[in-house]
Ligand binder design. Sequence first.
Ligand SMILES: [Zn+2]
Ligand SMILES: [Zn+2]
Length: 174
Amino acid sequence: MLDTRELGRRPGSQREEKRTVPAPADLGIEVLRVPEGSPVDLDLRLEAVMEGVLVTGSASAELAGECARCLEPIADEIDVRFQELFVYDDQDYSSEEDDGVSMLEGDLLDLEPLLRDAVVLALPFQPLCEDDCPGLCPECGARLAEDPGHTHDAAIDPRWGKLQQLQQDTDPQQ
Ligand SMILES: [Zn+2]
Ligand SMILES: [Zn+2]
Protein backbone atom coordinates (compact mmCIF):
# COMPACT_ATOMS: atom_id res chain seq x y z
CA MET A 1 0.00 0.00 0.00
CA LEU A 2 1.26 3.41 -0.94
CA ASP A 3 0.09 6.63 0.60
CA THR A 4 -0.67 9.29 -1.98
CA ARG A 5 -1.78 12.02 0.42
CA GLU A 6 1.34 14.14 -0.16
CA LEU A 7 0.34 14.65 -3.74
CA GLY A 8 -2.51 16.73 -2.42
CA ARG A 9 -4.70 15.93 -5.38
CA ARG A 10 -3.16 18.76 -7.31
CA PRO A 11 -2.96 17.71 -10.95
CA GLY A 12 0.65 17.88 -12.02
CA SER A 13 2.20 17.29 -8.62
CA GLN A 14 4.40 14.23 -8.56
CA ARG A 15 6.63 12.22 -6.36
CA GLU A 16 9.29 9.62 -6.94
CA GLU A 17 9.73 6.77 -4.60
CA LYS A 18 12.11 3.88 -4.30
CA ARG A 19 11.34 1.15 -1.88
CA THR A 20 11.97 -2.51 -1.28
CA VAL A 21 9.09 -4.70 -0.24
CA PRO A 22 8.89 -8.39 0.60
CA ALA A 23 7.30 -10.41 -2.20
CA PRO A 24 3.70 -11.44 -1.57
CA ALA A 25 2.72 -15.09 -1.88
CA ASP A 26 2.16 -16.53 -5.37
CA LEU A 27 3.94 -13.77 -7.25
CA GLY A 28 4.41 -15.53 -10.58
CA ILE A 29 3.36 -18.85 -12.00
CA GLU A 30 3.68 -22.31 -10.57
CA VAL A 31 6.91 -23.23 -12.35
CA LEU A 32 8.57 -19.82 -11.96
CA ARG A 33 7.92 -17.24 -9.29
CA VAL A 34 9.39 -14.64 -6.96
CA PRO A 35 9.95 -16.52 -3.70
CA GLU A 36 7.56 -15.28 -1.04
CA GLY A 37 9.23 -12.76 1.24
CA SER A 38 12.23 -12.16 -1.01
CA PRO A 39 12.98 -8.49 -1.76
CA VAL A 40 11.23 -6.71 -4.62
CA ASP A 41 12.87 -3.42 -5.56
CA LEU A 42 10.33 -0.84 -6.66
CA ASP A 43 11.12 2.37 -8.46
CA LEU A 44 7.95 4.42 -8.74
CA ARG A 45 6.70 7.73 -9.95
CA LEU A 46 3.34 8.90 -8.67
CA GLU A 47 1.70 11.70 -10.55
CA ALA A 48 -1.57 13.38 -9.68
CA VAL A 49 -3.88 13.83 -12.66
CA MET A 50 -7.48 15.03 -12.84
CA GLU A 51 -9.15 11.69 -12.16
CA GLY A 52 -6.63 10.14 -9.83
CA VAL A 53 -3.02 9.11 -9.54
CA LEU A 54 -0.96 7.79 -12.40
CA VAL A 55 1.64 5.25 -11.30
CA THR A 56 4.61 4.54 -13.53
CA GLY A 57 7.32 2.27 -12.31
CA SER A 58 9.53 -0.72 -12.48
CA ALA A 59 10.13 -3.66 -10.23
CA SER A 60 13.02 -6.06 -10.07
CA ALA A 61 13.23 -9.27 -8.13
CA GLU A 62 14.76 -12.71 -8.00
CA LEU A 63 13.03 -15.66 -9.58
CA ALA A 64 13.12 -19.30 -8.63
CA GLY A 65 11.58 -22.18 -10.48
CA GLU A 66 12.13 -25.38 -12.36
CA CYS A 67 13.06 -26.07 -15.94
CA ALA A 68 9.94 -27.19 -17.82
CA ARG A 69 11.91 -29.90 -19.62
CA CYS A 70 14.39 -31.33 -17.14
CA LEU A 71 13.06 -30.03 -13.79
CA GLU A 72 16.42 -28.59 -12.74
CA PRO A 73 16.08 -25.63 -10.38
CA ILE A 74 16.34 -22.28 -12.15
CA ALA A 75 17.50 -19.04 -10.56
CA ASP A 76 16.84 -15.94 -12.60
CA GLU A 77 15.94 -12.30 -12.26
CA ILE A 78 13.02 -10.31 -13.50
CA ASP A 79 12.69 -6.66 -14.31
CA VAL A 80 9.25 -5.38 -15.25
CA ARG A 81 7.74 -2.01 -16.04
CA PHE A 82 4.18 -0.97 -15.48
CA GLN A 83 1.86 1.98 -15.65
CA GLU A 84 -1.62 2.31 -14.26
CA LEU A 85 -4.12 5.02 -13.47
CA PHE A 86 -5.70 4.72 -10.04
CA VAL A 87 -8.95 6.64 -9.90
CA TYR A 88 -10.05 8.51 -6.75
CA ASP A 89 -12.67 6.36 -5.08
CA ASP A 90 -14.91 9.28 -4.13
CA GLN A 91 -15.37 10.28 -7.73
CA ASP A 92 -18.50 9.31 -9.50
CA TYR A 93 -16.69 7.36 -12.12
CA SER A 94 -19.43 5.94 -14.28
CA SER A 95 -17.63 4.63 -17.28
CA GLU A 96 -18.88 1.72 -19.33
CA GLU A 97 -15.59 -0.07 -18.87
CA ASP A 98 -15.72 0.11 -15.10
CA ASP A 99 -14.33 -3.36 -14.65
CA GLY A 100 -10.76 -2.62 -15.60
CA VAL A 101 -10.47 0.49 -13.45
CA SER A 102 -8.10 0.52 -10.48
CA MET A 103 -9.38 2.53 -7.54
CA LEU A 104 -7.58 4.33 -4.78
CA GLU A 105 -8.78 3.36 -1.34
CA GLY A 106 -8.98 6.77 0.24
CA ASP A 107 -5.43 8.03 -0.12
CA LEU A 108 -4.02 4.55 -0.33
CA LEU A 109 -3.05 2.72 -3.43
CA ASP A 110 -2.73 -1.05 -3.63
CA LEU A 111 0.13 -1.87 -5.93
CA GLU A 112 -0.03 -5.64 -5.54
CA PRO A 113 -2.49 -6.54 -8.36
CA LEU A 114 -0.54 -4.32 -10.75
CA LEU A 115 2.76 -5.90 -9.76
CA ARG A 116 1.30 -9.39 -10.02
CA ASP A 117 -0.05 -8.79 -13.54
CA ALA A 118 3.22 -7.28 -14.73
CA VAL A 119 5.27 -10.17 -13.36
CA VAL A 120 3.01 -12.91 -14.70
CA LEU A 121 2.93 -11.32 -18.16
CA ALA A 122 6.71 -11.10 -18.25
CA LEU A 123 7.35 -14.71 -17.34
CA PRO A 124 8.03 -17.30 -20.01
CA PHE A 125 5.23 -19.81 -20.35
CA GLN A 126 7.72 -22.65 -20.15
CA PRO A 127 10.88 -21.66 -18.31
CA LEU A 128 14.01 -23.53 -19.39
CA CYS A 129 17.37 -23.93 -17.66
CA GLU A 130 19.02 -23.28 -21.03
CA ASP A 131 17.41 -22.30 -24.32
CA ASP A 132 18.32 -25.63 -25.84
CA CYS A 133 17.76 -27.83 -22.81
CA PRO A 134 17.47 -31.36 -24.19
CA GLY A 135 15.19 -32.43 -21.35
CA LEU A 136 14.99 -35.86 -19.83
CA CYS A 137 15.56 -39.21 -21.43
CA PRO A 138 12.10 -40.62 -22.21
CA GLU A 139 13.35 -44.11 -21.39
CA CYS A 140 15.10 -43.70 -18.05
CA GLY A 141 14.52 -40.08 -16.98
CA ALA A 142 18.22 -39.11 -16.92
CA ARG A 143 19.05 -35.44 -17.59
CA LEU A 144 20.33 -35.41 -21.16
CA ALA A 145 22.29 -32.18 -20.63
CA GLU A 146 24.56 -34.04 -18.21
CA ASP A 147 24.91 -37.07 -20.42
CA PRO A 148 24.55 -36.00 -24.04
CA GLY A 149 25.87 -39.22 -25.53
CA HIS A 150 23.28 -41.19 -23.64
CA THR A 151 21.46 -43.78 -25.69
CA HIS A 152 19.49 -46.90 -25.12
CA ASP A 153 19.88 -49.73 -27.49
CA ALA A 154 16.34 -50.97 -27.85
CA ALA A 155 17.47 -54.23 -29.35
CA ILE A 156 19.70 -55.10 -26.41
CA ASP A 157 16.96 -56.92 -24.58
CA PRO A 158 14.62 -58.76 -26.94
CA ARG A 159 12.31 -59.70 -24.07
CA TRP A 160 10.81 -56.20 -24.08
CA GLY A 161 9.84 -56.59 -27.70
CA LYS A 162 8.18 -59.91 -26.98
CA LEU A 163 6.38 -58.52 -23.99
CA GLN A 164 4.96 -55.68 -26.08
CA GLN A 165 3.82 -58.11 -28.69
CA LEU A 166 2.12 -60.17 -26.02
CA GLN A 167 0.31 -57.14 -24.59
CA GLN A 168 -1.00 -56.17 -27.97
CA ASP A 169 -2.24 -59.68 -28.62
CA THR A 170 -4.12 -59.93 -25.35
CA ASP A 171 -5.50 -56.39 -25.26
CA PRO A 172 -9.24 -56.70 -26.06
CA GLN A 173 -9.39 -53.08 -27.26
CA GLN A 174 -7.28 -53.84 -30.31
ZN1 LIG B 1 16.47 -28.00 -18.37
ZN1 LIG C 1 18.00 -42.96 -20.65
